[in-house]
Design a protein around this ligand. Structure first.
Ligand code: NDP
Length: 249
């Protein structure tokens, strides 16, 4: 018996990086995986095929903008029509538009808040009815250590990630009586395309400052996600799990 046998998981932003790692670890544990992406249609098609062939589970990608309220409603309706329910929602899609506050435009602020924070509201709202009916569900929101601590040059991003933490705790309190759990993960420095944009010296500096002396991998975050998605964490809700190699310790 695998950890997610019989469960349907919906993951936003899974064509690369952390989301892709989560899709793979969920598929390996028997889940049916529905995932979204913004524009990487080819990568999505490849991932569908790769996971279905490797693990013998159903996998389907949907192009859907998580920042768009109506698109989230349509997406969940399609997923429920195809797979019957949503047991696990992972709100992973996120972007950065880093710059110092002096230079940050209104557009850079709005884009990050819409994609990283409003998307979590949109998707939670869209799956709620299905989870309430099932009297069960696990919602996992991808925050960041930057949401816990703040970071110069990321006022928009850290505000969006801190907002996710307040949202997570509130949803845990609201929906706990219906056996719907809601937790957040705060990854530290995870080496993905998002961090490829940083220069090599900065990356080396990050690695050296981490107690475990390395950047994290998408698999490191995916394992934590798997725990929160599965019944192994049946009595855990409203929490933030830092997956950061000790960075914030
Ligand atoms: P990537 O940039 O590697 O991947 C982002 C994914 O999100 C892609 O699949 C992308 O799709 C998708 N996406 C982007 N915008 C939207 C949208 N509007 N609607 C739907 N999907 C969208 O990111 P990471 O894997 O690095 O990060 C994943 C999450 O983890 C983010 O929330 C990030 O903030 C968080 N995080 C990352 C850390 C890190 O060090 N990497 C540290 C802490 C938190 P497409 O391929 O089509 O563009």
């Amino acid at each position: 018996m695998k950890l997610l046998d019989g469960k349907v998981a919906l993951i936003t932003g899974a064509t690369r990086g952390i989301g892709k790692g989560i899709a793979e670890s969920f598929a390996a544990q028997g889940a049916t995986v529905a995932f979204t992406y913004a524009s990487s249609a080819k990568k999505a098609e490849e991932l569908e095929k790769e996971l279905a062939d490797k693990y013998g589970v159903k996998v389907k990608g949907y192009q859907s903008n998580a920042a768009d309220f109506d698109a989230a409603q349509d997406l969940v309706a399609e997923v429920v029509k195809e797979f019957g329910t949503v047991d696990v929602l992972v709100n992973n899609a996120g972007i950065t538009r880093d710059t110092l506050m002096m230079r940050m435009s209104e557009e850079q602020w709005d884009e990050v808040i819409q994609t990283n924070l409003k998307s979590v509201f949109n998707m939670t709202k869209a799956v709620m009815r299905t989870m309430l009916k099932a009297r069960s569900g696990s919602i996992i929101n991808m925050s960041s250590v930057v949401g816990v601590k703040g970071n110069a040059g990321q006022a928009n991003y850290s505000a969006s990630k801190a907002g996710i933490l307040g949202f997570t705790k509130s949803i845990a309190l609201e929906l706990g009586s219906r056996n719907i759990r809601c937790n957040a993960i705060a990854p530290g420095f995870i080496e993905t395309e998002m961090t490829d944009a940083l220069d090599a010296d900065t990356v080396q500096g990050w690695r050296e400052s981490i107690p475990l002396k390395r950047g994290g991998t998408p698999e490191d975050v995916a394992q934590a996600c798997l725990f929160l998605a599965s019944d192994m964490s049946a009595y855990i809700t409203g929490q933030t799990l830092n997956v950061d190699g000790g960075m914030l310790t």
